[in-house]
Design a protein around this ligand. Structure first.
Ligand code: URA
Length: 311
């Protein structure tokens, strides 16, 4: 396949383990990762990012900064108590990005369009930096389906509101569907980091429904608009439960589709902040939510430590 600026499909990256990427990436000199405020001319990607093995992402800048400090402590990289991490994407004014040795921590905002922009730029970063087999993990919150609030759900696959395991995008006005499978082995490895003797919460693996909004797309009755009944909602959520859907969130379709297209192992690990079979509004006090939000972080930090030091 001859591309616009003369690149051929078979001229794919040789030094990098990613597959299926835009064959024209190498023609972009420099390549500007606009939303991260980084470019290949002013940053030496192999030098700065070449050692990255884990890319962790979550919704908010604050959560990811906290996670970066937590990982620093967990993998024993803390140089001194005053170590201050720099937001490497500050210039882009969109996402935050912290690097702790081989771990990158990025915020992705809300929804598939937002995480998909971040993923395009992080995947290009991995390519330019010549990273070997990076693992991508999304940590976040979700609405549970038939699971107790506080339970951690690791996604087996992402499905849309019709339970179709594909991320649909419109390219030139034409629907293109990309499979939204996640790495089963990685999901199992993260689940094994749950310690039933120590952790006072459950961790389960199940299908994840990815909605494109928080209210109508998730069959909530408390949005500004609602044109269906409590009964319609119950029927839908019970149908989801009968199809092994364990949670609903808003980023897994794009995350699964983009990571698997690049041959990147990916996992989605979310804590349920309510059981949607019992309601819509989040009434749990903030202190408790803050504790629950740490649960996916704890499992993922253990997974990283185990992979770095015991594999
Ligand atoms: N995130 C979601 O997308 N839905 C919920 O119900 C909770 C968190």
């Amino acid at each position: 396949r001859q591309m616009r600026d003369g690149c051929k499909k078979d001229e794919e990256p040789k030094e990098c383990t990613l597959c299926g990427l835009n064959p024209c990436l190498k023609c972009l000199q420099p390549d500007i990762l606009y939303h991260l405020g980084l470019d290949t001319e002013t940053t030496d990607f192999p030098k700065v990012f070449g050692d990255v093995r884990f890319v962790c992402m979550g919704g908010t800048p604050g959560r990811m900064e906290n996670f970066a400090y937590y990982v620093m402590q967990e993998i024993g990289l803390k140089i001194n108590a005053a170590t201050k991490l720099r937001d490497m994407a500050e210039a882009g004014k969109r996402f935050s990005l912290f690097k702790v040795g081989p771990v990158l921590c990025a915020s992705h905002g809300m929804g598939c369009p937002s995480i998909s922009i971040l993923l395009h730029e992080l995947i290009k970063m991995m390519y330019h930096a010549k990273c070997k087999d990076p693992v991508f993990i999304r940590i976040g919150t979700c609405g549970g389906i038939g699971v107790d609030p506080g339970t951690v759900v690791i996604s087996s696959e992402a499905v849309d509101g019709r339970l179709n395991p594909a991320h649909e995008i419109l390219v030139h006005g034409i629907s293109v569907q990309h499979a939204s499978q996640l790495d089963e082995g990685l999901a199992d490895e993260i689940k094994m980091c749950h310690d039933p003797d120590k952790d006072n919460f459950d961790t389960v693996i199940g299908r994840t429904l990815c909605a494109h909004d928080f209210y109508e797309g998730q069959s909530r009755l408390d949005g500004a608009f609602c044109e269906y009944t409590l009964e319609n909602k119950q029927t839908y959520l019970e149908h989801l439960q009968s199809q092994q859907v364990k949670n609903i969130e808003m980023e897994s379709l794009a995350f699964a589709a983009l990571t698997s297209r690049a041959n990147i192992r990916g996992a989605v690990v979310c804590v349920a902040i309510l059981n949607r079979l019992n309601g819509d509004q989040i009434k749990t006090p903030h202190e408790i939510l803050a504790k629950w939000e740490k649960r996916p972080q704890e499992l993922v930090a253990r997974y990283i430590r185990k992979t770095l030091y015991f594999n």
